[in-house]
Design a protein around this ligand. Structure first.
Ligand code: KIV
Ligand code: ZN
Length: 529
């Protein structure tokens, strides 16, 4: 292999037949994963970035799931400039109608309607015979086509479906008007060779297959989602469904950044191309991590903190002589910027706004004001303010914009002579409340104050601290995961004081839980027309 600089021109001109449509489902399958709840504002921000980076189709949500999902899809439909805006629906007509209503304002709109076709799903989940499912496929696609010419049909659990039945359903869906056929590996069970053969076979056997674009949708239960997706493309699929950072149900979905860069860096063996501006991948990863509070694994391909770090002496030596010795793509090609010492307490508003722009943020009005005040406060306490500090600060500002409970002040007495004691003041929907509590350690005392002020039954499932940058004055970034009944949420808080960061993270999670409580759980996915 000869490593090629990703920015270098590819050996041959791009042809239309090799173009792969990127269908991003961060806001639907991604948001569906336990703990990854986003607020309305956060969803709009993610959608805007996806649109800017060249995503072709944004699956903005599942409109029947709740009022919140409906309004988010609807607002994204109004705002999106380039991408097709898509909503998900089951086979039930009320789902499809609601979805159509949500995406109505979009300049380019798609209804994605799905139905299970595998024996195990048909028998136990749908409790339907195959001939009934077959009729439902025709009915759901026909219904969706009343609203838009762009209809995607998915055979849920497609990789465990009998091939003859799958081919019949695909043919019927295309005949009824489906323009995209998605065959998902819903349970992350397939392998690259098998998935390749599946697409090849279906495309060869279905007589009208040339009238639809075929799509891959893979889950990562066996760590094969990216490899399977690329194998499906080799089998003739020309749409990849994926999410930023690979978030999604269980082990997640195909990671957008990984499939895109695989095709770009190894284009001689993966000869397909996408419209994605790869220099925005890092920014997108950071934004999604911030709004979902899902940390990105340090060694994650493309966007992990260590993805371009060279620790060993031998590697560092090689890198100094020639970067291609150990680097198959440049950090810049995926939007990694060199960490810089940015500003201190003398930096003014102009420099701050410039820095935000450099980091890819667009804040205005109160949000910008608040972020600047927080930056000044941080610069007063911390000698060196790095890019990562600014990112943590702004991400928190965005994530907490809609919070109903806010931390006003906190003081803690800790040390060798217990008991540890915390005094906390909160603003709860405009009302101020104060509490003082003891605890088995300072963090316990802080969390006891929150429980006393905002009584709740949530279980603390995860409490994690890491330093945003190096040095003893570094900001602490705390992640907290709470669960209540079947709902799980995660939130982050950052502050040079670890206890303040802990309180912010816990309150952030409670705020998200309040949003989640308002959501109605969609009935089990069994609805029929
Ligand atoms: O994994 C899956 O099967 C899905 C469908 C709804 C497309 O997410
Ligand atoms: Zn899925």
């Amino acid at each position: 292999m000869t490593a090629q600089h990703p920015a270098a021109p590819t050996a041959h001109a791009h042809s239309d037949k090799d173009r792969v449509v990127i269908f991003d489902t961060t806001l639907r399958d991604g948001e569906q994963s336990p703990g990854a709840t986003m607020t309305h504002e956060e969803k709009l921000e993610v959608a805007e970035l996806l649109d800017q980076m060249g995503v072709d189709v944004i699956e903005a949500g599942f409109p029947i799931a709740s009022e919140g999902d409906f309004f988010a899809v609807n607002e994204i439909a109004k705002r999106t400039k380039n991408a097709v805006v898509c909503g998900l629906s089951r086979a039930a007509f009320k789902d499809i109608d609601r979805c159509a209503e949500a995406i109505k304002p979009a300049a380019r709109k798609r209804i994605h309607t799905f139905l299970s076709t595998s024996p195990v799903h048909m028998k136990h989940k749908l409790q339907k015979e195959p001939h009934e499912v077959y009729e439902m496929v025709i009915a759901q696609v026909t219904r969706a086509r009343n609203y838009t010419d762009d209809v995607e049909w998915s055979s849920e659990d497609g990789t465990r479906t009998e091939i003859d039945f799958l081919c019949r359903c695909v043919e019927a869906a295309i005949k009824a008007g489906a323009t995209t056929i998605n065959i998902p590996d819903t349970v992350g069970y397939t392998t690259p060779e098998e998935y390749y053969n599946l697409f090849k076979t279906v495309r060869e056997r279905v007589p009208n297959s040339d009238r639809a674009v075929f799509s891959v949708h893979c889950h990562d239960d066996l760590g094969l989602a990216v490899a399977n997706s690329l194998a499906g493309v080799r089998g003739g699929a020309r749409q990849i469904e994926c999410t930023i950072n690979g978030i999604g149900e269980r082990a997640g979905n195909t990671a957008l950044e990984e499939v895109v860069m695989a095709m770009k860096v190894r284009n001689e063996v993966l000869p397909w191309w996408t419209n994605i501006d790869a220099t925005m991948l890092t920014r997108a990863s950071k934004l999604v991590s911030a709004v979902t509070s899902f940390p990105v694994q340090y060694n994650k391909a493309i966007v992990g903190r260590n993805a371009f770090a060279h620790e060993s002496g031998i590697h560092q030596d090689g890198m100094l002589k020639n970067a291609q010795t150990y680097e198959i793509m440049t950090p810049e090609s995926v939007g990694v910027k060199q960490t810089s010492l940015v500003m201190g307490k003398h930096s003014g508003r102009h420099a701050f706004i410039r820095k935000l722009e450099d980091l890819g943020y667009k804040l205005a009005g109160n949000q910008l004001e608040d972020a600047f005040v927080r930056f000044k406060a941080l610069a007063d306490r911390k000698k060196h303010v790095y890019d990562e500090d600014i990112e943590a600060l702004v991400d928190e500002e965005i994530a907490t914009a809609q919070d109903r409970i806010r931390l006003v002040s906190l003081s803690v007495i800790a040390g060798t002579h217990g008991p540890q004691r915390a005094t906390m003041k909160l603003n709860i929907e405009g009302r101020t409340a104060i509490e003082e509590c003891e605890g088995n350690g300072p963090v316990d005392a802080v969390f006891n104050c929150i429980k006393a002020l905002v009584p709740n039954e949530a279980n603390l499932e995860l409490y994690q601290v890491h330093a945003v940058t190096e040095g003893t004055d570094a900001q602490a970034e705390v992640s907290v995961r709470l669960s209540e009944n079947d709902k799980t949420v995660t939130a982050k808080g950052a502050d040079p004081d670890t206890l303040v960061a802990s309180a912010k993270a816990y309150l952030g999670a409670l705020n998200k839980l309040m949003i989640k409580r308002q959501r109605t759980k969609p009935e089990a996915m069994t609805a029929t027309p």
